[in-house]
Ligand binder design. Sequence first.
Ligand SMILES: [Zn+2]
Length: 251
Amino acid sequence: MAEVPAEVNNIEETTQHHSPRERLKHGNAEASTNNTEMRPHYSKLDQHQDVETSDASEKLKRMEGAFRTILECVNEDPDREGLVRTPARAAKAMMFFTKGYEDTLASAVSNGVFHEEHNDMVIVKGINMFSLCEHHLVPFYGTVSVAYLPSNKVLGLSKLARIVEVFSRRLQLQERLTREIATGIMESIQPSGVAVVIEASHMCMVMRGVEKPGSKTVTSTMLGVFRDDPRTRHEFLHLITNSLSSGGGGM
Ligand SMILES: [Zn+2]
């Protein structure tokens, strides 16, 4: 990180934020327009960064306040030693768990689309996924299996995991997450078809006793040939279930 202009330091002191540097670079530009009155006089680039700085720190400060209120409401003492920094830590953690809002499909697949004659099914199984259920703000997590039938374009394999990341690091429903990953792949490389299957455990169900520990919710989205052609769909389902039950090697 380059030297911080003196003006930025002043603002940091007055707002007393503890935001990590890397968040500043990815600040939400849309929301930052409220802060125009705080801008001192310096170059446009510095101004932009400064507005993002104060915007991100303002959000963290408000979240810290909210987490402190939560601690009080569960009859905890937010000032006891173990909890003094908890609101700040929880705020930063929540920002991380929802960082997908600041990410885009385009940046996730940038430099990862290749023109290729390869038109056979591509499958990536077992992509780890961690998300937050939008009804309870409690984690659900599991694995994502993705397949597509290319149409002269392929995606770098790591990009599939990046697409999962963009959409899972938001408040989600498993059904919507499944669909967003599938349509994201469709948009990126226009394949003949896409299939996405997610197996996940929902802590909001497990911890409240609604669901047994170890049970999984399975959702799937089939687009293009995976929806229209039963043989393609069966081939995909066979390949992913075979390897799941036999502990791998099905491909
Ligand atoms: Zn829930």
